[in-house]
Design a protein around this ligand. Structure first.
Ligand SMILES: CC(C)(COP(=O)(O)OP(=O)(O)OC[C@H]1O[C@@H](n2cnc3c(N)ncnc32)[C@H](O)[C@@H]1OP(=O)(O)O)[C@@H](O)C(=O)NCCC(=O)NCCS
Length: 236
């Protein structure tokens, strides 16, 4: 029986608790210890029927080091920080995989993955460590997703897509086959990625284009810049 603690008692963490409960109900041998959260006002309280155990100091007792953690926050940069902290404490990571998720036997999953109901991971696809596929998100054949990347509800990657580390792929967005999304990029809700998107930007719209270009320049120059951007966007 694996014991698991959920790091993060916010909305996402509470949903992860449901995923784990469904897994236990479907026969997976796991027990949920409760939530770890640095917010002291939560400590000792009950959240969704589970105890808020405390902060990282909860792991000070050696017997608790056997408890796996799943980092359950919906922001890749914060998730990375929590993972680094857990690693520094020598903790191990567990996954939270809904019995309603569908993972190809030909897919590879890293450590600490969370898969919500109706998430699909296709044949030959690879998910890095601590990725989250929220409700109905899908990663099709041979696509590769970097560590800490989140696919929000209904986000879809076609086949042979590469998404770098730390990306936040907005709900109901899609990436067509063979495209690349650079590391630590955010894709807006509903976007359609039909060209490669560089690292470290926020891209929105149909077709998706980086937002930062519009923001970093004065309002008066925006229309001229938009024309230039369209001319230089990779693969356009
Ligand atoms: C893309 C996103 C991250 C931008 O957030 P932000 O940095 O706060 O940007 P703003 O809200 O200031 O919007 C900036 C501009 O982009 C536009 N914009 C924002 N999101 C957009 C989207 N998804 N599609 C199209 N345009 C969008 C805004 O209308 C605004 O345009 P303007 O400058 O012409 O007025 C956010 O809007 C988004 O789509 N997040 C995904 C949410 C999600 O999937 N949540 C799942 C939770 S489970």
């Amino acid at each position: 029986m694996r014991r698991i603690a959920i790091v993060g008692a916010g909305g996402h963490g509470r949903e992860v608790a449901d995923v784990l409960r469904h897994a236990a109900r479907a026969g997976e041998a796991l027990s949920i210890e409760g939530f770890i959260d640095e917010n002291e006002s939560l400590h000792g309280r009950e959240i969704e029927g589970l105890p808020a155990l405390g902060g990282w100091e909860w792991f000070d007792r050696p017997a608790r080091r056997e408890v796996q953690v799943v980092c359950a926050v919906g922001a890749p940069n914060i998730c990375r920080k929590l993972v680094l902290r857990a690693r520094a404490l020598g903790l191990s990571f567990g996954d939270a995989i809904s019995p309603l998720a569908c993972v190809s036997p030909g897919a590879k999953l890293g450590a600490g993955i969370t898969l919500f109901p109706h998430a699909v991971v296709g044949v030959g696809a690879r998910l890095g460590n601590h990725c989250i596929l929220n409700l109905g998100a899908s990663v099709s054949h041979d696509s590769v997703v970097g560590d800490f990347t989140i696919l929000n509800p209904g986000a879809r990657l076609a086949g042979n897509v590469m998404v770098g580390e730390g990306c936040n792929i907005g709900m109901q967005s899609s990436v067509i086959q063979g495209r690349t999304v650079g590391a630590w990029t955010t894709i807006g809700a509903g976007a359609a990625v039909v060209r490669d998107i560089p690292p470290g930007v926020t891209a929105v719209g149909v077709p998706a284009r980086p937002l930062a270009v519009r923001r970093t320049l004065g309002a008066g120059a925006q229309s001229a810049v938009r024309a230039i951007t369209q001319a230089v966007t990779p693969n356009s």
